[in-house]
Design a protein around this ligand. Sequence first.
Ligand code: SF4
Length: 218
Amino acid sequence: MVIKNVRTLILMNTIYYEAHNNLYLNLTNRCSADCVFCIRNFADGVYGYDLRLSKEPSTEEIIVALEELDLSNYREIVFTGLGEPTLRLDVVLTVTRWLKNRGLRVRLDTNGHAALINPKLDVVAELKKAGMDSISVSLNAESEEKYNKLCRPVNKNAYRAVLDFVRRAKEAGISTRVTVVKIPDIDIEKCRKVSEELDSDFHIRTLSEAASKEIGNN
Ligand code: SF4
């Protein structure tokens, strides 16, 4: 009976999807920010997958779904999706441990607010302990003022928390990069400088077609 329910849920909700030889896990549609360029404002998902969840998958449901796949086919298993994964940090940590026990590479794509979202935990230490291989943090602004304007975080100190999260992850020895989306409002070169000061890798992301059209980035 439990398994039947799990299968039904999998059919209704996209727990995972494939792209770039990776497997992406979609844990939540919630976020601690409301970026003007967020795909959630323009589409139901990416790469043809509908990522709107009618119910967030439990750890058990995710693991049951993953057990049906040949995970060795993927370069990395990535926590991402249509929301902020660290709003469900307990799920991220448990599933990461499960994946690492099977020798897989695991990445977290995050807005970097984890310490604000989980103030009682040393989030970076927990991620390191679980075996997280790499972290990709959305920076998306060269200053706090710009960040608050473009990313509209719930907590107005979020930009400092993002920088601190990157620093801490680097110090913990986790491979860490910062990303920016390519839109006219963001000064890519200044963001690159911030990234250099953090001694982090830097990656420029192209906005989805749907978002580009809406915010006039074409
Ligand atoms: S941090 Fe990511 S999921 Fe959250 S609003 Fe911004 S783009 Fe969307």
